[in-house]
Design a protein around this ligand. Structure first.
Ligand code: B3K
Ligand code: ZN
Length: 888
């Protein structure tokens, strides 16, 4: 396969104006009649029409009602002798495909007897021959015909305009989408489904019908998704003035889905994981995820669907922006400043533990990539999460109101078209002529073109006689796998100064008026200096507040300065960050020290500062829980040149044990003080209490290991049994499993028996065991045993992820084995999965991206495992691209 280059973009030689699709749905052989009205693009030289196809059986091609000559060029159907001129032509293509054999879950497939489609990015070509590219936007009419008994519900995009019975027990439905769209937003669903319905009136006074379709037994688990959808509609109107542009908006859930969900116009298709939620089967995290994914897909209706991407290199145009919107939505829903901070910290944690490694590894790519082999490999944390950070920086540089103005201009200019990332930034800048974004526009765009995580080094100097504080910031960015040279970025650094007692000091840049206690410096040069006047005492700088840019910030903080921030910083993000910096500092020291890991990696002063946070009278429980959570093993690994995963694991375990034992009485207090959360509601405050009690239980079970006390494991088992909601139940179960309690086994068995008919809960059951703390190499044999469990299936992506990914990609201490058995297991599964579902296989293949950093013997063994995958001749493009880059 050859790489596609962004620089090679050319406008399409043909436009497709209307599409009339008729489906005769049958699992083994579905017939698709595709009638298109097409027209030459007058702006480009005349060319043959080349239509994309994939695994289709072609039966007939007609032009203007008559037969037509055509040829095949690889997978493309080529029509060379079409009439000249710019009159529209009627093209008719008749194909068949086999949905039941479609295990890739791209195109038209069957899941539990129901038909679904997934077209983004290039799945529509698996349904019919088409110009499968996002800049070709057409009007769609869709007729579905199927057995009425087997497929009573027939759905497609837009409005239902006709339906009725046919001969032989079949029926039909005809749908017309009132909006033009790229084919990746096409969808159909046919099967036995039921819907929760809700009528709403928009602010503008328009009536809409909202529907959430699920399998018959699941209806009572859709209330939260429906509420989330209603909140999303209201939020987009209130915050951005964007209203629903459809009479009917549908969400449909399927248990076989390659990712989270898909924003098809008016017919979102979701992984059940992000729709179904009830207090007895879903955790608080699940509830929050449902809200955020429902929001995300809904917000795509404007950012993605009304304005779409010119080509797939522009993917972050819709994804980065829509992630930014869903993050803001979740924060606004959360309400309190403290709950907003918790959400921000969680988002940053994902960015730093997953995106930073991606940017430093073999798959490094800019937010707007320059080339790809398989576009599905580029639905990455860089495109999504870093893309969102790049939008967030624009938001912060132009201000909240300026951002709203920029969005308005973006829609005024581009509604109904397919555009580029440049078009977005340009609209933001043009709407805010006086902003620093506009002042540094060309340079700011490097965030889209340069990969890599910038490093910002800060140093400060206090002059007690002049009462000035001089802050110097310098930036650099290491070469990445894809780009050797980097130019300076535009880096907004929000900062403040604290007195030695932690009180905020007023900020006054020399020669300027006092601003406030927080200020954003815009770093554009390789090195810049700012001088603050009237600083009465040597300050503690609080830098990069709210994580104002996706960079690594280095400053030579003393332990005392970090303790001051941890106790006092008014910026909740940096208060948390100070604790993380300290924990990381002690962890790295212990990792680098030879010999057995000490049991007191953290000094007493830090432990005591953490106790103060845990016991704090006013901080939210959710926030406390984040502060008391140690940085992850993978985050620690990223800080090291050479990674010994076993050493990291041992150090982190030891630190956790230290926290468990040293704060035992405090954890017991925290458990008692927070364990009654009243009637279940998934709001952030009560969710925070549950998450803190969950951590407390784990800590108390860990402490019990040292003292071989059975009180807390017993209490934990009791709570597991009696819990009134899945969060408390699962937290208790996890505490037993992670602490290696003898009660873990009976609890796991009981849990399985209770929930054997709840696939999403069984996923958790698999995942928990695959993610368990490795004690003497016991996890891999357990995982292998679970592969043979009757409930396991490699074909179901959720199940594959719950067992295999939880082990290979989320449990480094168990996966990186000196005997290489983890890697052998990984390569076997990658190959096995690749034959079924290349997209899912390629995700798993990413699991060894960072092999070069590993210490021996891991490094050599990991490379061999990757080479073993690469040696397979008939790999998919998806996996081939990932392993080639890894070895490259
Ligand atoms: N746009 C889809 C992702 C499609 C992934 C294709 N491999 C979901 C989303 O980001 O909302
Ligand atoms: Zn998206």
């Amino acid at each position: 396969a050859t790489a596609i280059q962004r620089a090679d973009y050319q406008a399409p030689a043909w436009w497709i104006e209307t599409v009339d699709l008729a489906f005769d749905l049958d699992p083994a052989k579905t017939r698709v009649l595709n009638k298109m009205r097409i027209r030459r693009n007058p702006d480009v030289p005349a060319q043959a029409l080349r239509l994309d196809g994939d695994e289709l059986n072609l039966a007939r091609v007609m032009v203007n009602g008559g037969g037509s000559s055509f040829k095949m060029d690889g997978n493309q159907l080529v029509l060379e002798n079409l009439p000249e001129g710019h009159e529209p032509l009627d093209l008719e293509i008749f194909t068949t495909c086999s949905p039941i054999q479609n295990t890739k879950l791209m195109g038209l497939y069957v899941s539990e007897g129901t038909f679904f489609t997934q077209c983004e990015a290039e799945g529509f070509r698996r349904i019919t021959y088409f110009l499968d590219r996002p800049d070709v936007m057409a009007m769609y009419t869709v007729t579905l015909r199927a057995s009425k008994n087997d497929y009573p519900v027939l759905l497609s995009n837009g409005n239902l305009v006709d339906e009725g019975d046919l001969d032989d027990g079949r029926h039909f439905a005809k749908w017309v989408d009132p909006h033009k769209k790229p084919c990746y937003l096409f969808a159909l669903v046919a099967g036995k489904l039921v819907a929760r319905e809700q009528k709403i009136k928009s602010r503008a006074g328009r009536d809409h019908l909202l529907q959430v379709y699920v399998r018959p037994g699941d209806l009572e688990k859709t209330e939260h998704a429906m509420n989330s959808l209603m909140h999303s509609v209201a939020w987009d109107e209130a915050r951005f003035g964007l209203s629903l542009d459809l009479d009917r908006f549908m969400i449909v859930a399927t248990s076989d889905f390659n990712m989270g969900a898909m924003e098809n116009k008016g017919l979102n298709i979701f992984n059940t994981k992000y729709v179904l939620a009830s207090q007895s089967t879903a955790t608080d995290v699940d509830f929050a995820n449902v809200e955020s994914v429902v929001g995300h897909e809904y917000f795509h209706n404007w950012t993605g669907n009304r304005i779409t991407c010119r080509d797939w290199f522009q993917l972050s145009l819709k994804e980065g922006l829509t992630v930014f919107r869903d993050q803001e939505f979740s924060m606004d829903m959360a309400g309190t400043p403290s709950a907003r901070a918790v959400k921000r910290i969680e988002d940053v944690r994902v960015l730093r533990t997953v995106q930073f490694p991606e940017d430093a590894g073999p798959m490094a790519h800019p937010v707007r990539p320059d080339s790809y082999i398989e576009i599905n490999n580029f639905y990455t944390v860089t495109i999504y999460e870093k893309g969102s950070e790049v939008v967030r920086m624009q938001h912060n540089l132009v201000g909240r109101d300026g951002f709203a103005e920029g969005m308005k201009l973006y829609f005024d200019r581009h509604d109904g078209s397919a555009v580029t990332c440049d078009d977005f930034v340009q609209a933001m800048a043009d709407a805010n002529p006086a902003s620093p974004l506009t002042q540094h526009l060309q340079q700011f765009k490097r965030w889209y073109s340069q990969s890599g995580t910038p490093l910002v080094k800060a140093s400060g100097q206090y002059d007690p006689t002049a009462c000035t504080y001089t802050l110097t910031l310098s930036q650099s960015c290491a070469a990445t796998a894809d780009q050797p040279e980097k130019l300076p970025f535009v880096i907004p650094v929000e900062m403040g100064l604290l007195g030695q007692d932690g009180a905020a000091l007023p900020l006054q840049l020399q020669g300027e008026a006092v601003t406030s206690s927080s200020h954003t410096l815009v770093l554009t040069q390789a090195e810049q200096t700012w001088v603050f006047a009237n600083v009465a005492q040597a300050p503690v700088p609080s830098l990069l507040r709210g994580f104002s840019a996706p960079v690594v910030l280095e400053y030579d903080f003393s332990d005392a300065e970090l303790l001051t921030q941890l106790a006092h910083d008014t910026d909740a993000f940096n208060r948390w960050e100070a604790g993380q910096r300290l924990a990381l500092r002690y962890a790295l020291q212990a990792i680098r020290t030879q010999g057995e890991v000490a049991s007191d990696v953290m000094p007493a002063a830090f432990i005591s500062a953490l106790r103060d946070v845990l016991r704090h009278p006013t901080l939210d429980a959710a926030y406390k829980d984040l502060v008391l959570t140690l940085p992850s093993e993978s985050y620690m690994a990223e800080q090291l040149e050479v990674v010994d995963p076993q050493r990291i694991h041992a150090v982190r375990e030891s630190m956790r044990q230290q926290l468990a034992v040293a704060l035992q009485a405090d954890w017991a207090w925290a458990f008692d003080a927070h364990s009654d959360t009243g009637a279940y509601r998934p709001d952030p405050v009560s969710a925070g209490r549950r998450s803190l009690t969950g951590s407390a239980l784990l800590m108390l079970c860990l402490a019990a290991r040292d003292s071989s006390d059975t009180l807390w494991p017993g209490k934990t088992y009791q709570r597991f049994k009696d819990a009134g909601n899945m969060t408390d139940r699962f937290n208790a179960l996890s505490a037993l499993v992670y602490s290696g309690a003898t009660l873990a086994q009976p609890a796991l068995e009981r849990f399985h028996a209770l929930f054997r008919n709840e696939p999403l809960v069984i996923d958790k059951w698999f995942s928990l065991q695959a993610g368990a703390c490795d004690r003497g190499g016991n996890v891999l044999p357990a995982v292998k045993q679970l592969l043979k469990h009757p409930d396991f299936s490699l074909k179901n992506p959720n199940r594959a992820r719950s067992l295999i990914f939880s082990y290979c990609s989320a449990n480094p201490g168990a996966f990186h084995r000196a005997d290489a058995a983890g890697y052998v297991f990984w390569s076997d599964r990658v190959l096995e999965l690749d034959a079924i579902n290349p997209q899912v296989a390629a995700r798993l293949a990413r699991g060894l991206d960072r092999w070069r950093k590993l210490a021996e013997p891991y490094r050599t063994a990991a490379r061999e495992a990757i080479a073993r995958v690469a040696a397979k001749p008939d790999l998919s493009n998806d996996v081939r691209e990932v392993v080639t880059r890894a070895l490259g």
